[in-house]
Design a protein around this ligand. Sequence first.
Ligand SMILES: N[C@@H](CCC(=O)N[C@@H](CS)C(=O)NCC(=O)O)C(=O)O
Length: 299
Amino acid sequence: MTDNKEYTPPEIWKWDAEANGKFANINRPTAGPTHEQTLPVGKHPLQLYSMATPNGVKITIMLEELLALGHSGAEYDAYLVNITEGGQFGSGFVELNPNSKIPVLADHSGDEPLRVFESGAILLYLAEKFDAFLPKDHRERTECLNWLFWLMGSAPYLGGGFGHFYSYAPTKIEYCIDRFSMEVKRQLDVLDRHLADNKYMAGDQYTIADMAIWPWYGGVVSNVVYEAAEFLQTHTYTHLNRWVKEIGQREAVRRGKMVNRAWGELSSQLRERHDASDFELRTQDKLEPAPDEGGEVDK
Ligand SMILES: N[C@@H](CCC(=O)N[C@@H](CS)C(=O)NCC(=O)O)C(=O)O
């Protein structure tokens, strides 16, 4: 890596393994597994391998919403894949998602396990499987998919663009932060204007479009993603703030945020989820002994 303001790219790009800042230990220019690994499989048909990042939380919110609606077939086992430790490069994970990114879902309800990767595809898969949170009316369904795909195309500018250069890059580069701040503010304005006239993203119904967008843009507005709310003046997007608050109050959203979470308050971390009772019985504060008590950690 160079600190020079002017950078002239060489004829052929070469990988500098040290140059990727905070995530240097997991970033690499090749795909495929780095180690052998067999994924655990629990008792439910749906197996989720994930972490509570915004992309992961989209799916746990959907699963908890489905359960709250009474779809008992949406019971799931959620295993934590720690992406900061390279869990996404284990052979078992790569077999389910050759792109080595969480979240990934395996549906064991048929003859052969069926893999579903890409969070947008997982949301659509679950919505179709349970016939829920995807409007039936052609026009409304199309609008829902418009916004679902909007998110899938837009969030990388927020995460890989703005978030990377504002929070993670080893040096603060004005050009990059300016470019992506401008784009993210434009996106926030897109959402704000739309939500001025619509209760939810697809109109009157709460759908997978809301579940996809909320963890990312709601996270920025609530200052839990990148701690940039003041920098981006997110309080000025009043309609967006209204929607963020409303969705954040849903019980299924509150639960979904806790699943596969491995940071923050111990009581907010449900690292693995196998049963609805885990929210009461198996959060990390219940599993880890208080520091002065000693003893084994019950895993
Ligand atoms: N487009 C993918 C993006 C998934 C993604 O970027 N996941 C991140 C966490 S939010 C990840 O697994 N990163 C690990 C890595 O890049 O090695 C999706 O929506 O599922």
